[in-house]
Ligand binder design. Sequence first.
Ligand SMILES: [Fe+2]
Length: 142
Amino acid sequence: MQEKGKYFIKNYDLAHMSSYSNYPQSLLDSMRVKGLIGSGGNEIRDPDINISAFALDPGTHYAAHAHPFPEVYIFLGGVAECEWDDEKFVAEAGTVTHCPPNVSHAMRVISSESLRSIIISWAPKGDRSVWKTPSVLLSNSH
Ligand SMILES: [Fe+2]
């Protein structure tokens, strides 16, 4: 493998979260995340933005959830059926979506490969209070 220089993110290893909000273990087991830019725990510290690499295993249903921070998904691979509020669409590599604050969003991975994306969320107009409330699953239909 090529030696990486100083301008690379050193650790790009996605990992399971041991717990998060009201997410069930089955969902945590099918989800991997790596924080790239954000507050503590990220390689690049910035309290106004969070940029993460994200992966969901094939077949995963990430049930409807919502959070106060707005969010952009940049889909890199895999295919998912998505439902953002009342709008249904299919996301694949190249799809870029915006989810405004507190809008319900859900996805189901329908490809045989994992869904991969970059997730960008931020503190709108510098309002860092949006980070106080995590994403919350809205139902138990996972
Ligand atoms: Fe989200």
